[in-house]
Design a binder for this molecule. Structure first.
Ligand code: ZN
Length: 220
């Protein structure tokens, strides 16, 4: 039997779209929440809204422009280049982003009578973001439960998957083509296979190639 209701933190990218399909399989009722922090690519929010609409998932966009004010960053300022210097976090990192997003998602979820939160954070293709770590998610889960006196369960279906395995999961959920053609991961704001050049596209492409090669080998 499917369990209860879930809210998926949803950006319209490969990972969170895969999580949305995962949640639709697991839960009776699913809603999605997208954060508007004046991201460099406004298209991200449109893509998220259109995917949610296509899947019949109620969708809330929450204004988090405060985050932009606090943390000027390559994802929000086109004047800042997307880069990663040796031994440093990439310039796409925003301090506290997942902490804030998940906390606001939890407030929304409680209002909507949902106990389950789903997020696509992942430690495997880890860029060093501290708030993508499993230990952080577990700690936040306890904090949220205490903060709101409510039994949240944070689900991280991608936590231990690499990009190839995330593609495999999408395929198992019958969503490989959907995720491939409708999601936006590219830092340069191009849907589907993207620009092919930025770090996000390269990661996505390598994972897809690896998964397709494995799948091909299995079918031979
Ligand atoms: Zn790209």
């Amino acid at each position: 039997m499917k369990q209860e209701k879930a809210v998926v933190v949803f950006s319209g990218g490969q990972d969170s779209t895969t999580c949305l399909f995962w949640a639709l399989k697991q839960f009776q009722e699913v809603e999605a929440v997208t954060f508007d922090y004046n991201q460099r690519h406004r298209l991200e929010i449109e893509v998220a809204a259109s995917i949610a609409n296509e899947l019949g998932v109620p969708h809330t966009v929450l204004d988090m422009s405060l985050l932009n004010q606090l943390a000027p960053n390559a994802l929000t300022r086109s004047s800042i280049a997307i880069e990663q210097k040796e031994g440093e976090l990439p310039s796409t990192f925003v301090d506290g982003r997942n902490l804030l997003f998940l906390s606001f998602a939890a407030v929304l979820a409680k209002q909507k009578g949902a106990r389950h939160l789903v997020t696509g954070v992942c430690e495997t293709d880890f860029s060093g973001y501290p708030d993508c770590r499993d230990i952080f998610i577990k700690s936040l889960n306890v904090t949220l439960n205490l903060a709101m006196d409510y039994q949240f369960v944070i689900h991280t279906p991608l936590m231990w998957l690499n990009k190839a395995q995330t593609w495999k999961l999408a395929d198992e959920l019958g969503a490989l083509d959907f995720v491939r053609t409708k999601t936006l991961t590219c830092y340069n704001g191009l849907i589907a296979d993207g620009c092919g050049e930025c770090p996000a596209c390269q990661l996505r492409k390598r994972g897809l190639e690896q998964y397709m090669a494995e799948k091909g080998a299995m079918n031979e």
